[in-house]
Design a protein around this ligand. Structure first.
Ligand code: ATP
Length: 436
């Protein structure tokens, strides 16, 4: 997060949220100081609009996220020089726990993040906890906007002194794994624990579920984060030669596809200066020597069927990303579409979901994405299959069947109940039970 170290993008390759002038230099504020891109995470619209004006008058650009989900989606797409984080989102709460959890995740995703927290009056204990968790400064409510802006500017300036300027690489990890489910939390926790070590990590899981993103997240949490990782597809001719004299992170794809002698050659070619992160289909296919070198830790990325709660979060993120990329208005998922997405089968995992959301963004054109729009003309997903014969888990089958019927009847409970041969009350009870 060094200011001015890379034109138009940070070392993660993400575009900066602030403006870059036509000569490629960062724009300057009206007062001649550098203009910074700031993210405010605060659910209070009146605070946000007052801050937006104050930061703009000081020559900066403020982007507002009304809560953690929107903030993490923005942080995965855009780079900010500083983040101003309110520590309480739920009205009436002042214990700061929600904000501290958000801060911990921001710091885990990007240890160089520059965060200034806003704490409630008398919240010194929380402010201290936030500083221990990596915040650079804090402001206690009620603050004067001019003081807050000065604190943010000072925090950014301090950062560029503390952190040496690293040569940025657009190839360095964007690396923000989105999702709130327990399985993805476990992946994030493991990344935090083993990322900074030199241990070899073998990543397994279905293709398209985020194995490469997980590898990049590990790299980003490592001591080699400032340089681009070496990415080697071992199926290619002469791939091992890329390891001659190599240092830092090497992301290795398909080591398990090599024959045994070549796997052993690979194990020997991985010097101590290299930190291997491998994407592997079958750990069992590794020779003992290679297993020891690249799979000290096995990290299984869960498929979407194991973390359905993440599907709406990811879907909304990809809608925002696609709307930005195509310059189209942001569409909204209706309830039936959300239920259908959760219950659908995703053979291409997160990649398929992203594709479906790109299509939906173009088809909906700012309006509501309904269930019918989701599955027309794409092989990226199949609508939920009420296939009781094939799925022997009765609970899951029933849930899928109800979700499919609801989607088909545009969430009209009377029509859906009739189609399923249930009373409205019985359908409502089941919908509640399955969270539909
Ligand atoms: N948790 C996540 N949050 C945000 N984006 C994600 C997440 N998981 C996957 N993606 C996105 O989905 C797409 C597929 O992920 P990725 O390339 O990491 O999959 P993969 O398992 O490595 O697939 P393959 O091995 O087939 O290339 C990428 O665009 C990635 O950024």
């Amino acid at each position: 997060m060094n200011k001015g170290n890379y034109e138009g993008a940070d070392r993660t390759g993400r575009p900066r949220a602030d403006t870059v002038s036509t000569n490629g230099q960062f724009a300057e504020g009206s007062n001649g100081k550098s203009s910074h891109a700031i993210l405010l995470i605060d659910d209070r619209a009146e605070v946000a609009s007052a801050m937006e004006i104050a930061f703009r008058m000081a020559g900066h650009r403020l982007t507002v996220a009304s809560g953690p989900e929107e903030a993490f989606s923005l942080l995965a797409r855009t780079r900010f020089d500083a983040i101003v984080l309110d520590l309480n989102f739920t009205p009436g709460r002042t214990d700061g726990r929600e904000g501290l959890a958000c801060l911990e995740r921001i710091m885990a995703d990007d240890p160089a993040a520059c965060v200034v927290v806003l704490t409630a009056h008398g919240g010194m204990r929380i402010a201290v906890a936030a500083m221990q968790a990596g915040a650079r400064d804090f402001a206690v409510k009620p603050w004067k906007n001019a003081d807050l802006i000065a604190k943010v500017e000072a925090a950014i300036a301090r950062e560029s002194v503390v952190e040496p300027v690293a040569t940025p690489s657009p190839d360095t990890a964007p690396a923000a794994l989105l999702g709130d489910s327990a399985p993805i939390e476990r992946v994030r926790a493991l990344i935090r624990r083993v990322g900074p070590t030199s241990a070899g990590v073998a990543i397994t899981g279905p293709s398209g579920a985020g194995r490469t993103l997980t590898a990049l997240s590990l790299h980003r949490a490592s001591q080699h984060a400032a340089t681009a990782p070496l990415r080697i597809d071992l199926r290619e001719d002469g791939a091992l030669a890329a390891l001659d004299g190599a240092r830092g992170t090497a992301i290795l794809r398909h080591p398990d596809r090599l024959d045994e002698p070549t796997q052993d050659r690979l194990a020997r070619a991985l010097s101590e200066a290299v930190r291997p992160i491998a994407i592997v289909e079958s750990i069992a296919a590794l020779t003992p020597g290679l297993h020891r070198r690249i799979a000290t830790i096995e990290l299984a990325v869960p498929g979407l069927s194991e973390r359905q709660d993440d599907i709406p979060i990811l879907a909304r993120h990809f809608l925002r990303e696609a709307a930005e990329r195509f310059g189209r208005p942001l569409p909204r998922l209706d309830e039936a579409a959300e239920a259908a997405l959760r219950a659908a089968e995703w053979p291409d995992e997160v990649r398929g979901l992203a594709l479906a959301m790109e299509r939906a963004t173009l088809l909906a054109d700012g309006a509501i994405v309904d269930a019918a729009m989701l599955f027309s003309g794409t092989a990226a997903a199949s609508p939920p299959k009420p296939d009781v014969g094939r799925d022997y888990d009765l609970e899951r089958s029933q849930k899928a069947m109800i979700a499919a019927a609801l989607a088909e009847h545009h969430h009209n409970v009377s029509h859906t109940a009739k189609a399923l041969g249930l009373s409205r009350g019985a359908l409502y009870r089941r919908m509640e039970r399955y969270g539909l």
